[in-house]
Design a protein around this ligand. Structure first.
Ligand SMILES: [Zn+2]
Length: 383
């Protein structure tokens, strides 16, 4: 049986241990040690990684009550090796997990809700609670959680005896009566948990609730604690600074500045549409065609504008009137004409060019993936 150092001392980064077993399966080596500080995956927290001797440990799992270290190379049974955890990763996880316990303890105490889920991912840390809370209530809890950090509340671990356990009040109460590990936060929380935690709340540094949304019958909180919260702050700060520089606005005034910019964009879009309408109307009135069929080529007109243009031309001049506007790999188009003539023309048009589209009541529209010269030539040829 492996001695579980991680259960009683969460701050051991390096240790020596003897190899009890080493087996191989598909190039993966499974190592059992006489003692280990590597935390095996559990309770929403991923396993530790690190090194045993020269072997890289990339996963640790409890399988059939044995703690298995998954290694990239074999180790000699009976030999002692020096072992090292990827400490930075482990410490950041402890900051987040301990922060979650403080939040869950406070939510339970003040609102009677339970923690019903916890996920400590590399990118995101989430915790689920059994009921709804609003923004003000969460701000209140976040404030109290950070007070626990300022007070440097002590963390301790105990394994109460079965008789003690019966009368003990703690969260995540289990049916088990033996080997229940209780993580206690002085004045804040008591909870059954298998994972390593900080020694005192000061090590967490900061607890921040970033987001919250409804999840089944309760709420999911997205949180970041400690160094992860600091990195998150830096990322957001750089974004805010970038936006502030682009807008030439003070950081505290960027929301107002973005609002004004969006209003200006919306105003310009409206003016642009109005100008295009006038352009189309003028151009349609100026053109006089002797030909029965014409194709007009434009740029930067949207489908609605193309249709209005073709319709205006047809209303004035009758015949087959087509308007094309350049897009990637071809043109969008609308063609207006007397129903019978238009149908006959469009059938030929589709036969000879790479066309997608259709229509009725004297108008067809769509897109054509051909060069201008080829389209113009076809207008000359089709009788
Ligand atoms: Zn826990």
């Amino acid at each position: 049986m492996t001695i579980r150092i991680f259960e009683t001392d969460s701050h051991i980064k390096e240790f020596s241990a003897n190899v009890l077993e080493c087996s191989e399966e598909n190039g993966i080596y499974k190592i059992v040690l006489d003692k280990t500080a590597f935390f095996p995956e559990g309770g929403g927290q991923p396993s530790d990684t690190g090194k045993i001797g020269d072997a890289k440990i990339y996963d640790v799992q409890i399988i059939n009550e044995k703690i298995i270290h998954f290694a990239d190379k074999p180790l000699k049974v009976g030999e002692e090796y020096s072992c090292a955890l990827d400490w930075d990763k482990r410490f950041r996880r402890m900051q987040n997990h301990s922060g979650e316990h403080i939040l869950s303890g406070l939510i339970h105490k003040h609102f009677g809700l339970d923690n019903v889920g916890f996920h400590l991912g590399e990118e995101e840390v989430t915790m689920d609670v059994s009921g709804m809370l609003n923004r003000e209530q969460l701000i209140f809890i976040e404030r109290l959680a950070n007070e626990a950090i300022i007070k440097n509340a002590k963390f301790s671990v105990k394994f109460p005896k079965a008789c003690e356990l019966k009368c003990l009040e703690y969260r995540s109460k289990l049916d088990l009566t033996e080997n229940v590990r209780i993580v206690d936060i002085e004045g804040y929380d008591s909870c059954a948990c298998c994972a390593p935690h900080v020694k005192s709340a000061g090590e967490i540094g900061i607890i921040k609730i970033l987001d919250f949304y409804k999840m089944r019958d309760g709420l999911r909180l997205v949180i970041k604690c400690g160094f992860d919260a600091l990195a998150d702050f830096e990322e957001r700060y750089q974004s805010t600074r970038g936006v502030s520089d682009l807008l030439s606005a003070k950081q505290g005034e960027i929301v107002e500045s973005v609002k004004k910019t969006l209003e200006t964009v919306s105003d310009l879009k409206y003016k642009n549409r109005e100008l295009k309408k006038r352009y189309i109307s003028l151009k349609a009135n100026l053109q006089s065609y002797e030909k029965e069929k014409t194709a007009t080529f434009e740029e930067e007109l949207d489908m609605k504008e193309i249709q209005v243009f073709a319709d205006s031309l047809h209303k004035r001049l009758q015949g087959i009137r087509a308007v094309f506007s350049a897009v990637d790999n071809g043109f969008n188009f609308a063609i207006c004409g007397e129903e019978d003539k238009l149908n006959a023309f469009f059938t030929r048009f589709k036969e000879q060019l790479n066309v997608r589209g259709g229509g009725r009541n004297g108008m067809v529209s769509g897109s054509v993936g051909e060069p201008k010269e080829k389209i113009e030539k076809l207008f000359e040829e089709i009788k």
